[in-house]
Design a protein around this ligand. Structure first.
Ligand code: FES
Length: 140
C-alpha cells in the first residue's frame, strides 16, 4: 500500500463524520510519523477547509509533527503538577544531547507520580534530574 493509498483509506474512514479533522490528523501522524504539507493540502481538500485551517490545527497541537523525527523521542511533562514537583529545574540541568529529541507535553495523566516522561508507550514517573539524564542517555 502506498502512502497515497493509505491516506485515501484514512480519509475515507472519517468522511462524513463531524469533527473529522483531529481523528484524521492522529491517524496520519500514526501512519506516517508526521503531517506533510502535501497531506495538509489533501486533508483540506477532502474536508473543504483551507490549508491555513488545517495547518493551524497541526501547528497548535504538540502531538503533530510537520517534519519527520528520526531521533528517539522522550516526551517530558511540563504541566502544572510536574512543575510543582520540580521539572523545570530538571530541564535546566539536563545536558544537551543532539541524538535524542526531548519534547514537551502537557500532562501524561501521571500527576501524582510526577515529574513524568514517556518513551514510546512506556511511562516513567517519580523522575529526578539523575533519572531523567539516565533515560536520555539510554536513548542516545
Ligand atoms: S502534570 Fe505532569 S503528568 Fe500530569
Amino acid at each position: 500500500m502506498t502512502n497515497q493509498d493509505e491516506l485515501d483509506t484514512i480519509l475515507a474512514g472519517h468522511m462524513g463524520r463531524e469533527g473529522a479533522l483531529l481523528p484524521i490528523l492522529h491517524d496520519v501522524q500514526a501512519a506516517f510519523g508526521y503531517v506533510s504539507e502535501e497531506v495538509v493540502r489533501r486533508i483540506a481538500q477532502a474536508l473543504n477547509l483551507t490549508r491555513a485551517e488545517v495547518h493551524g490545527v497541526v501547528s497548535f497541537y504538540h502531538d503533530f509533527r510537520e517534519a519527520p523525527e528520526y531521533r528517539p523521542v522522550l516526551k517530558l511533562c511540563r504541566a502544572e503538577s510536574c512543575q510543582a514537583r520540580g521539572v523545570e529545574a530538571m530541564v535546566a540541568a539536563l545536558p544537551e544531547n543532539p541524538r535524542v529529541a526531548v519534547e514537551t507535553v502537557y500532562c501524561l495523566g501521571l500527576c501524582s507520580v510526577g515529574p513524568a516522561a514517556m518513551i514510546g508507550h512506556e511511562v516513567h514517573g517519580r523522575l529526578d534530574a539523575a533519572r531523567l539524564g539516565a533515560l536520555v542517555e539510554s536513548l542516545a
